[in-house]
Design a protein around this ligand. Structure first.
Ligand SMILES: [Zn+2]
Ligand SMILES: [Zn+2]
Ligand SMILES: [Zn+2]
Length: 587
């Protein structure tokens, strides 16, 4: 074997500064740190004092109940969420009394005057005598002011851009901005792009940023995701997320806007994916700690899933052979073993089980069907476990690839018009003695009633044909509703059992905390009313919660209500309420 070529300079690709140049990397870092942007702490130093007349005007405007209604219907964080306002007028005498839940300054949109009032409520950054409910109100107020300042800043950037329309000038507007802000050219370019996109394509997002309904980082997420769309499409996509953008975390918003773009312009979502695939690459860089990082970027999803399964498989072998460590550490070791052709098993008395390595991937495919199209048999691949929203072509390709593995599992989820799961069935192979009559199926996926008359009301038993030579699958669809629950999934004891755990994870694909995105498969099934207190082990009294949120719910001052439609309502010690809806599937 020839010696491997040694690169002339085996150093890192570049230093951390390169992170600056890669918008995709920003996304990745965002995900890890949620808010990558430094706080906007350099607002105008000079704010004119308000005259008594102006203050009276603000008071009058803020007393307008319409503002509270608007806040409640636009999904503003904290007090804006329906049901969150618990008003106790006259009970507080603190300097921040007007910031209490539901009170005028708690619902006033972001503006310079809000900043003045919030400033006046603090004494040199100390808040003596301000109760927690009002402190959280102040926190949200500054957040809205921050967003408002960002909107104004972007408006100036857009104006600079408009004033330099000729291509030779336009190219260097970025440099004017970069110099003024001492930012890299990439960051200045990204700022300019966001300003332009909000100005020309996203009037709703621009208004929401100005009001403080969404933060700058969320506006950027929407602007990035809609970059390829024409103005009408961009408006349609933003309209699908703006009602809840304020209460979604950045990660959840990223998934929601990606799905909206796929629904509005599926071809463009596909085009974006295929174009980006031309920039497939492997990157390595120095971590801030001094260790190293390695990442493959813009790779084919089916092969990444296959690689991931292979890493898991070898990690299991390492653990079985006695290698100690947490899941992450062992998987990292497995990755290096596979790439370097090493064997890190401490006891290598067993033969290398390389032959057993999976080559493809076994999917956990969940086909989703909106109820309205169920009877017209328009089944389509929805989400595949482990990936976020994907365009219909990729979904079909992945489901077809998964069909090649006999260990893939198939489920069908029926959705309502919001994409919430309202029915579900897990596929099982058709009994052998029935198969002859079915004959060879058509290529691709089909989904047909298993009996000639068709199942009543869409529920009942269906036949699912997947590509390849496997037998047809039978799927019995059960309703997932817990409105007047018939407790069909109830389990006798404390343990939910496989079926209930599974359907609860279909209904809520992630932890039911409003700010947690941990996959439900890594969560506990948590009884909302404790089993010991008479709570049923049923879909109507439980859902997935990660360990952290399981403990949080039991912490004094925290309270969670589960509503019949699957919504979870969290009330925090400061008296504010936040809610989580069931997972939205593509429709
Ligand atoms: Zn299932
Ligand atoms: Zn029940
Ligand atoms: Zn959680």
């Amino acid at each position: 074997m020839p010696p491997e070529p040694v690169p002339a300079d085996p150093g890192w690709d570049e230093d951390l500064a390169r992170l600056d140049r890669d918008p995709g990397r920003e996304t990745w870092r965002d995900r890890a740190r949620e808010h990558d942007d430094p706080p906007w702490d350099e607002e105008d130093g000079y704010v004119p004092e308000l005259t008594p007349d102006e203050l009276a005007g603000i008071r009058e405007a803020t007393a307008d109940e319409l503002l509270a209604v608007k806040a409640a219907t636009t999904g503003r964080r904290g007090p804006g969420q329906p049901g969150s306002a618990r008003v106790f007028p006259g009970e507080s005498a603190s300097p921040a009394a007007a910031f209490g839940p539901g009170l005028p300054l708690d619902v006033l949109p972001g503006c310079a005057q809000l900043a003045v009032s919030a400033d006046a409520a603090a004494d040199e950054d100390r808040f003596d005598g301000v109760p927690e409910g009002e402190l959280v109100g102040l926190l949200c107020a500054w957040d809205r002011v921050e967003a408002h300042a960002a909107a104004r800043k972007l408006a100036v950037v857009a104006e600079l851009d408009r004033r330099n329309p000729s291509p030779e000038d336009a190219e260097f507007t970025v440099d004017e901005i970069a110099n003024a802000l001492a930012e890299s050219r990439t960051r200045a370019y990204s700022l300019l792009g966001t300003a332009d996109q909000l100005d020309t394509h996203l009037p709703g997002t621009r208004a929401a940023l100005r009001d403080g309904t969404v933060s700058m980082s969320k506006a950027q997420i929407i602007a990035n995701a809609t970059g390829l769309l024409d103005p009408a499409e961009a408006r349609a996509a933003e309209a699908k997320v703006l009602d809840r953008a304020a209460r979604l975390t950045p990660g959840a918003l990223r998934a929601a806007i990606a799905r909206a773009v796929i629904e509005v312009a599926p071809e463009k979502a596909k085009e974006r994916r295929e174009t980006a695939a031309k920039f497939a690459r492997v990157e390595r860089w120095r971590e801030e700690s001094g260790n190293a990082a390695l990442a493959g970027r813009e790779l084919p999803p089916d092969e990444v899933l296959a690689v991931d399964e292979r890493i898991t498989w070898w990690a299991d072998e390492l653990r079985k052979a006695g290698l100690e460590g947490g899941t992450d550490a062992i998987r990292a070791r497995a990755l290096l073993d596979l790439l370097l052709n090493k064997d890190s098993r401490p006891h290598q008395d067993q033969p290398n089980p390389a032959g057993a390595a999976p080559s493809g991937f076994a999917g956990r495919a969940n086909l989703t069907v909106p109820l309205v199209t169920l009877t017209s048999l328009a089944g389509r691949p929805g989400e595949l476990a482990g990936l976020g929203p994907i365009d219909p072509w990729l979904a079909r390709d992945l489901a077809t690839a998964a069909a090649a593995s006999p260990t893939s599992t198939w489920c069908v989820t029926v959705t309502d018009e919001h994409g919430h799961a309202i029915g579900h069935g897990c596929a099982r192979p058709e009994p052998r003695n029935h198969r002859k009559r079915a004959g060879p199926g058509p290529p691709g996926f089909t989904f047909t009633p298993a009996s000639r008359d068709g199942p009543p009301g869409g529920y009942g038993t269906w036949r699912l044909h997947t590509p390849g030579n496997g037998p047809d699958l039978l799927v019995t669809l059960d309703p997932l509703t817990t409105q007047d629950c018939d407790h069909r999934f109830e389990s006798r004891g404390h343990d939910p059992g496989v079926k209930l755990r599974h359907v609860s994870q279909v209904r809520h694909g992630t932890c039911t905390s409003p700010v947690c995105r941990r996959p439900a498969r890594q969560c506990d099934f948590e009884h909302n009313t404790p089993y010991e207190a008479g709570g049923r082990t049923c879909l109507c009294n439980g859902g997935p919660k990660c360990r952290h949120d399981h403990r949080l719910k039991q912490h004094p001052g925290w309270k969670v209500d589960q509503l019949p439609d699957g919504t979870f309502q969290w009330t925090t010690p400061s008296g504010r309420t936040y809610s989580t809806e069931p997972t939205r599937y593509p429709i």
